[in-house]
Design a protein around this ligand. Structure first.
Ligand code: MN
Length: 241
């Protein structure tokens, strides 16, 4: 019997609209890479709008969830802090993504959090964030890399024995870096990769085979191991479908 292709939900970004932008009216947006990476791995991506009331019905039909990144930050109230001046939340998006995450967790579905999605995952498991890396870690690498995002910005070291190590067959990776915040403490998740400066670059659930957050953007497929992450996501989604 041929295996069905699993349906992987992918959260959209939202912009208010402005003259000269895609529309003068509010619109959803996402780089095509995210959906293409899932397609190439054998899944069917399904773009998700921001309707928290749909979260349970959606996750009842989907086989996995990718929480994407964007040029915004989580509301620090979610981890008990006051906002830094450079912290810029998108409350409606976060409300929708938290509802989707809750529903995916309740169904034990595989979850990949990318960049801001990793930060949301960590906070959902009791973690906290660094609100602005240059303030608290002045000697950190440039995690807002100056070179284009389709090139690596720094390396990461993968923690041996983690799910990330198993699925990538790698001990190091070259990754891009497009974040001014980072996970400070992972809550009940465990750390599965660091940058050379100590910044946390991946977290995962120790028990579940695929609840992974990565601080870089694997959808650019810069390192060969990036493909292994999407392959593992789709494989886990297929086995739970
Ligand atoms: Mn980084």
């Amino acid at each position: 019997m041929p295996a069905q292709k699993p349906l992987i939900g992918v959260t959209l970004d939202a912009e208010p609209g402005a003259p000269g932008a895609f529309s003068r009216f509010p619109y959803y947006a996402l780089r095509q890479h995210y959906l293409d990476a899932i397609t190439h791995a054998g899944g069917i991506p399904v773009a998700l709008g921001h309707h928290p009331n749909h979260a349970e019905a959606l996750m009842a039909r989907l086989d996995g969830l990718v929480i994407t990144g964007g040029a915004f930050d989580l509301d620090p109230a979610l981890y008990g802090e006051e906002p830094h001046p450079q912290t810029t939340p998108k409350p409606q998006r976060t409300t929708a993504e938290r509802a989707l995450l809750r529903a995916a967790l309740a169904r034990d579905l595989p979850i990949l959090g990318i960049c801001g999605g990793m930060q949301l995952l960590a906070v959902a498991f009791g973690g906290t964030l660094i609100q602005h890396i240059p303030d608290t870690h002045p000697n950190a690498l440039p995690h807002e890399q100056p070179n284009p995002r389709d090139e690596p910005g720094h390396t990461i070291a993968i923690t041996p024995g983690t799910h990330l190590a198993t699925m990538t067959h790698a001990t190091t990776m070259r990754v891009n870096s497009s974040h001014h915040q980072a996970v400070r403490t992972p809550g009940t998740l465990r750390i599965s990769a660091h940058a050379p400066d100590g910044i946390i670059e991946a977290v995962e659930h120790p028990k579940h085979p695929f609840r992974l957050g990565v601080q870089w953007h694997p959808e650019f497929l810069i390192d060969p191991a990036d493909r292994n992450i999407f392959a593992s996501l789709v494989e886990t989604a297929r086995s739970t479908a």
